[in-house]
Design a protein around this ligand. Structure first.
Ligand SMILES: Cc1cc2nc3c(=O)[nH]c(=O)nc-3n(C[C@H](O)[C@H](O)[C@H](O)COP(=O)(O)OP(=O)(O)OC[C@H]3O[C@@H](n4cnc5c(N)ncnc54)[C@H](O)[C@@H]3O)c2cc1C
Length: 376
């Protein structure tokens, strides 16, 4: 660990690793096969307070910062990435409600974030990257907003009960609204048949003449792009932590296996070619960890963290896929088998190159920042 944790963060880290070893690790393969979390694990996550981790104490949460939440996400992801991915979707959405909602909306909804899941809905069937091409809209009638449209590929879609939704309020203007599944006209749609992160449902929602008060607008009219970007940057720190967690998971499996498996009368861990793969995985884990921890530190120091957070996800998402592939090779044919957990690490890691901004879009964003810095 390259970051200095406070005493309460150390205690949290201890609690989370104990929980993850006891309650999450043994279920890793089952979660992938069943495409769901067992009910008991879900109840345990809620009852242990994982949902309220980043909520201030005044809303019934534990009040931890991003350094602690990213550490927690890493600790969980190194046992099962999907559990961490579900919490990441929740935390980044709660962060936007905290930052942009009116005091009255916070009073109503933030205490609920301790037991109800939140999700952030931007993507539409016709595309995710081009947000100005979206068609779902909000129209003002008197002091109410009428919401209509379809959002898809939402992390926790179907599981979440509260959504922050980006909607057009003018042809070239996006605004963000808080929507509750209990509202008239709200419907959950199908779950995507994705290849990885199988415990986390990713699905669609429909809004058909959903009526909300002005209170449900987050920030100001036209602030949707800013809120969406902010959600991306917050999420990318946690995605970096998931990538590092998957890479650590690959390392653990590869080292354990290589110590036991024999070839030419010696454990394969003695072979230079195997040691090289294990070294590559270990370096990738450290690099990813340094990046997301740096981004978390910058965020908590009130400094600009978008570039480093984007680097954490961009680098980490590719490094995790490569690391899982190295681990597969260390396990030989068993690595290619569904009887061993390595293959699902590749499928899980692959999601990180799409969710919260595609790899291509992130590369463009990083390049812009770097070029601008060069001009200063
Ligand atoms: C596991 C998972 C979870 C997700 N969770 C959420 C969520 O919680 N909320 C949500 O709103 N969405 C979510 N998404 C959707 C995700 O944000 C989109 O997949 C992503 O924005 C890309 O959009 P798209 O898939 O429609 O691809 P498109 O936008 O159609 O792009 C297709 C390809 O073209 C490239 N491309 C597009 N535009 C450009 C450009 N300007 N320059 C260079 N290349 C470009 C893309 O990189 C991609 O390779 C999730 C997706 C996945 C896989």
């Amino acid at each position: 660990m390259s970051i200095k944790l406070t005493q309460s963060q150390v205690m949290l880290h201890q609690m989370v690793t104990d929980f993850a070893d006891k309650e999450v690790k043994p279920l890793d393969m089952l979660i992938d096969k069943q495409r769901d979390f067992p009910k008991k694990l879900w109840d345990d996550l809620v009852n242990t307070g994982f949902l309220g981790l980043v909520l201030p104490e005044e809303y019934g949460g534990a009040g931890f910062d991003t350094i602690a939440s990213s550490q927690t996400i890493y600790d969980l992801a190194s046992r099962n990435a999907s559990v961490a991915f579900t919490l990441e979707g929740h935390y980044k959405t709660v962060d936007q409600v905290l930052k942009y909602a009116t005091p009255a909306l916070k009073e109503t909804y933030l205490p609920q974030a301790n037991h109800r899941i939140f999700g952030f809905a931007s993507t539409e069937p016709q595309g995710g990257s081009n947000v100005m091409g979206h068609t779902a809209k909000a129209v003002k009638e008197g002091n109410k907003w009428i919401l209509n449209g379809n959002k898809t590929m939402i992390t926790n879609g179907g599981l979440a009960q509260v959504y922050c939704v980006l909607l057009k309020t003018a042809p070239m203007e996006l605004s963000c609204f808080l929507v509750d599944e209990d509202m008239n006209g709200f419907k959950h749609g199908k779950r995507e048949e994705f290849i990885g992160m199988n415990g986390t449902p990713v699905g669609e929602i429909f809004l058909e003449d959903v009526v909300v008060s002005e209170e449900h607008l987050l920030g100001k009219i036209g602030q949707g792009v800013e809120i969406g970007d902010n959600a991306h940057y917050d999420a990318r720190i946690l995605m970096g932590a998931i990538a590092a967690g998957i890479t650590q998971h690959a390392l653990t499996i590869a080292v354990d296996y290589a110590k036991k498996r024999e070839a030419i009368d010696t454990p394969i861990i003695q072979l230079h070619s195997i040691q090289t793969k294990i070294t590559e995985i270990a370096i990738a884990k450290e690099n990813t960890q340094l990046l997301y921890q740096e981004a978390a530190k910058l965020k908590e120091a009130g400094k600009s963290y978008a570039k480093v957070a984007t680097m954490a996800k961009s680098y980490g998402s590719r490094a995790a896929v490569t690391a899982a592939d190295h681990a597969l090779q260390v396990l030989g044919a068993y690595g290619y088998s569904k009887e061993y957990p390595v293959e699902h690490l590749i499928r899980d890691a692959r999601a990180l190159q799409l969710a919260e901004g595609s790899l291509e879009k992130m590369m463009i964003e990083i390049a812009k920042e770097v070029v601008n810095e060069g001009e200063e």
